[in-house]
Design a protein around this ligand. Structure first.
Ligand code: PBG
Length: 322
């Protein structure tokens, strides 16, 4: 008796790509860029091997290098020189992100520029909202988020990405953008953002660690999947154009459920800790660098249309050779 079905028939070298279910598309990979206004040379990030902070004066060169590799979407994080209690440099027209946006758009008009809209990089306490008596105040933070988003839109952002997990942030930002004439600027919301241990290298990079407590009162509890869907649902109702799940690798179930349930683009953030973990293993010779491709394909296969990843540049080089 011969087996009727032989799965290996389609696994021959020349047929594998023919039946492949997903493909990484460079146009849907987003490069995170840490723009630092305090440095004049690229600065390594100790906990993120091969990743650097980019001086504001060189941000357009960095974008240019990525464009040569076929990458054209960027999410910008600011490392400001000035911080205060309310994060006022986040909405300063001469702030690091606002200047970075103008520099990039002046040189390249065909790129996709996304900005992280949050307070943690700009406040002395490092929390994502206004703090009073040790509490993070939701409603008082919303109008500031609106101001930040408007200042980014004015400087050339195509999409704004609120990451602070404040309730009602998408609605507040949509209203601010609309009333200032930026009806066409889209919102990519960090909808299901978990209070995760995977963010610590980012906090070194963005100098955004908190001075007290933790982020558990506003970011999601990682035990909960249905709550994540509820978060996404609320953001969709409030007017999000794209919803994001973050982190990605330990949250593929959420990505997959979100893809089934919602009819708008789904983004996944393959975060700093996920990147550093993989890089550390590769550096030690414990894993081969092929693992990077496998990880990104897995996030795509789970249902992410868009992937934000620190691996973008290295995978773009690889893909051009495949
Ligand atoms: C800002 C923000 C964080 C990340 C993206 N935006 C850090 C945090 O919430 O503490 C993390 C990204 C990463 O780890 O790569 N709120």
């Amino acid at each position: 008796m011969f087996p009727k079905v032989r799965m290996r028939r389609l696994r021959k070298e020349n047929l594998r790509k023919f039946v492949s279910e997903v493909k990484l598309n460079l146009e849907q990979l987003v490069v995170p860029v840490f723009v630092d206004e305090k440095i004049s040379e690229y600065k390594p990030i100790t906990s993120m091997p091969d990743y650097y902070k980019v001086p504001l004066e060189k941000v357009e060169d960095e974008v240019g290098k990525c464009l040569e590799k076929g990458l054209k979407s960027f999410i910008l994080f600011g490392v400001p020189k000035y911080k205060d209690d309310v994060g006022s440099s986040a909405f300063d027209r001469e702030g690091v992100i606002q200047r970075a946006l103008r520099r990039i758009k002046r040189n390249y008009d065909d790129v996709v520029l996304i900005t992280d809209v949050c307070l943690c990089e700009y406040t002395v306490h490092g929390h994502c909202g206004i703090v009073k008596n040790g509490k993070i105040l939701n409603d008082e933070t919303l109008s500031i988020l609106g101001k930040i988003a408007v200042s980014h839109a004015e400087a050339g952002a195509d999409l704004v990405a609120p990451s602070g997990m404040m309730d009602g942030m998408v609605k507040a930002i949509r209203e601010s953008l609309d009333s200032e004439g930026y009806q066409d600027v889209a919102i990519m919301s960090y909808s299901a953002k978990f209070a995760s241990n995977f963010y610590s290298p980012f906090r070194e990079a963005a100098e955004s660690g908190y001075k007290f407590g933790n982020r558990k009162s506003y970011q999601m509890d990682f035990h909960n999947a249905r709550e994540a869907l509820r978060e996404i649902e609320l953001d969709v109702e409030e007017g999000a154009d794209i919803v994001m799940i973050k982190p990605a690798l330990a949250y593929l179930d959420i990505i997959s459920k979100a893809k089934e349930r919602f009819n708008l683009p789904i983004a996944a953030y393959n975060v700093s800790g996920e990147y550093s973990m993989i890089k550390a293993a590769i550096r030690n010779g414990w894993l081969s660098e092929e693992i990077i491709y496998e990880v990104l394909v897995a996030i795509k296969r789970a249902g992410a249309d868009i992937i934000i990843t620190y691996h973008a540049k290295e995978i773009a080089e690889k893909l051009s050779k495949i």
